[in-house]
Design a protein around this ligand. Structure first.
Ligand code: AMP
Ligand code: MG
Length: 258
């Protein structure tokens, strides 16, 4: 079993694995990430291999400190900087103009790189100790649900990961919000852990939807994504609660429930 507690010692060992081009799954406040050295193209390729992720789906690069942004991106708009200062560390990913040092495999050949600074101390400790930005998508098989515990990672990825750092269940449990700033406007590429309204309240401007291009660049636009293995049924009305089912209501159900 490769699940180890995210202690200082184990973070140091994991950082050594990252430096050597290995794969480490680690906790963040959003979901567990499958991390590799973001500046090492072969290491980044092994993320795609382990997840069975298609190469057209770019990775988010994780950093530990604001000064790390300059290691992967340039020409950060002042609006971008304000978002970083307000929402980092936290579940906000910002798409920026990439530096050549970031391998094309990480960004799927795009001229931009998605960057985030996580809150979780184990995540930031790992990045600092590794001394390199860490590319990390969610630590699940492509198209499946994102893991929010170390066991979820092991169940999905098993031995294709060199080490799994256990930092307990993720406090947020959904992906990061992704934004991109273009022509001084902020586009919401993917909703996530930070509500768009929170960004709008802070910036005083309405976020623009999606991306002004024909090609979809944000996730969740394929026929299957974030798919649970259990059956999901959409219903208009129900009259009672069955055993062994989970329910999500968007309004009061109109009857009493346990
Ligand atoms: P995740 O699967 O949570 O790691 O998020 C990765 C998602 O971030 C990808 O599916 C992309 O949609 C988005 N992303 C990453 N890099 C970029 C980029 N350079 N431009 C636009 N979106 C990006
Ligand atoms: Mg994912």
């Amino acid at each position: 079993m490769k699940i180890v507690k995210a202690t200082e010692d184990n973070i140091r060992i994991s950082a050594g694995i990252i430096k050597k081009g290995g794969l480490v799954a680690f906790p963040t406040e959003t979901v567990y990430g499958l991390g590799a050295d973001a500046l090492n193209p072969i290491a980044a390729a092994s993320i795609f291999e382990a997840k069975k992720r298609p190469f057209f789906d770019p990775l988010i690069v994780h950093i530990a400190d604001l000064s790390d942004v300059e290691r992967v991106a340039r020409n950060v708009a002042s609006k971008g900087l304000k978002l970083m200062e307000r929402f980092w560390p936290g579940p906000l990913t910002i798409v920026l103009e990439k530096l050549d040092i970031v391998p094309d495999i990480v960004t799927s050949g795009l001229a931009t790189v998605a960057v985030r600074m996580p809150v979780h101390p184990a995540a930031r400790g790992l990045i600092r100790e590794a001394g390199t930005p860490i590319a990390a998508p969610s630590a699940n098989r492509f198209g499946c649900l994102s893991p929010t515990t170390a066991e979820h990672v092991y169940n999905q990825l098993g031995d294709s990961v060199d080490m799994i750092l256990d930092g307990g269940p993720c406090s947020i449990g959904i992906e990061s919000t992704i934004v991109k700033i273009m022509n001084n406007r902020i586009y919401l590429l993917r909703p996530g852990g930070i509500a768009p309204e929170e960004i709008e309240d802070f910036t005083g401007e309405v976020l623009l939807a999606g991306y002004p291009k024909n090609k979809p660049e944000a996730p969740g636009q394929l026929p299957y994504h974030y798919s649970p293995e259990k059956q999901v049924i959409l219903v208009d009305k129900i009259s009672r609660i069955e055993d062994r089912c989970g329910y999500l209501f968007f309004r009061e159900p109109g009857f009493s429930y346990p």
